[in-house]
Write a protein that binds this ligand. Structure first.
Ligand code: AMP
Length: 308
């Protein structure tokens, strides 16, 4: 568990400067690199919570110069998704990022990132196939275009920052698998670190989208992590299938019908039916009130308590 940065913070309260242009970002990173500093990078869409801060903290601990990006990337939102209402509070984000240890925050406009407009942008980076057309990438859900938007903007940001290490959250497990694959296939000279999901005291995975939850839905949302815990117990007790059934019952009892609740190989995202010799992800996505929430648990075959 990370320390509670929002409450108990040893660093002075200094808002990190926001860099608005690619030129300013490149200049700041170039100066750090000239001094021989290693560069850590944390891409975010802002509205920071402890999950984001744990990534900045890790970057601060391992790298000399820490860049966070704050950009709600339109190309990863589908029509009818929550791009327009995505929560934002830049002033608070700059303060929290600074307190957690970011040296600079790249907070560009959409025009700065996509100068020819979204219609005029024609070059995408796409991880094709079975990593991006399942789960959230299933065409009936967010679709592969979602991950195409993510990999494209992350590739652009990697080109701008040139980080030694980039930090992502296990909370978005499929995204992490897809980004690792992009880095491998395209030889990006960056090490990818994926850090554990940070949770509220009652188990709810932290997410900027939790802001959409009414108090009643916020309470109901705790069932996601309870369902995943039930799945993990079943798997560790010898039956992944029974674990998934127990998880399904938990969700149903809370009146929640998942978009998916599936066990997948943690590397290939192929379906698995039993816990054997490889790590298994159990992933869930579900509408809860006005929010669409996702969560997952990583189950190791020989470790009874693999993830916080
Ligand atoms: P977002 O701003 O939602 O795009 O997330 C930015 C980064 O923070 C991604 O790598 C996410 O996986 C990560 N992240 C989001 N929520 C959490 C969490 N609860 N714990 C750890 N990392 C998280």
């Amino acid at each position: 568990m990370t320390s509670n940065l929002l409450v108990d913070n040893p660093r002075p309260t200094v808002a990190t400067p926001a860099l608005r242009t690619k030129a300013e970002l490149r200049a700041a990173v170039a100066e750090a690199k000239r001094e021989g500093q290693t560069v850590g990078f944390v891409p975010t869409m802002g509205y920071l919570h402890e999950g984001h801060l744990s990534l900045i903290q890790a970057a601060r601990a391992e790298c000399d110069f820490v860049v966070m990006s704050l950009f709600v990337n339109p190309t990863q939102f589908g029509a009818g998704e929550d791009l327009d209402r995505y929560p934002r509070d830049e002033e608070r984000d700059l303060r929290l990022a600074g307190e957690a240890g970011a040296d600079v925050v790249f907070a560009p406009t959409v025009e700065e990132v996509y100068p020819d407009g979204l219609d005029g942008f024609v070059t995408y980076v796409e991880v094709t196939g079975s990593l991006t057309n399942v789960l959230d990438g299933d065409p009936s859900r967010r679709g592969p275009e979602h991950f195409r938007g993510v990999t494209t903007v992350v590739a652009k940001l990697f080109n701008l920052v040139g980080p030694d290490v980039a930090y992502f959250g296990q909370k978005d497990a499929q995204q992490a698998v897809v980004i690792r694959r992009m880095v491998r296939d395209l030889d990006f000279p960056v090490r990818i670190e994926v850090l554990p999901t940070v949770r509220e005291a009652d188990g709810l995975a932290m997410s900027s989208r939790n802001a959409y939850l009414s108090p009643e839905d916020r309470e109901r949302a705790t069932v996601l992590s309870r369902a995943l815990a039930a799945a993990e117990r079943g798997a560790q007790a010898g039956s992944l299938g029974m674990g998934l059934e127990a998880a399904r019952r938990e969700l149903a009892a809370a009146g929640i019908e998942p978009e998916y609740l599936e066990a997948r190989d943690a590397k290939t995202l192929g379906r698995v039916h039993a816990l054997e010799d490889r790590p298994v992800l159990v992933l869930v996505a579900a509408p809860v009130g006005a929010a669409r929430l996702i969560d997952n648990v990583l189950i190791h075959p020989t470790n009874s308590n693999p993830q916080s």
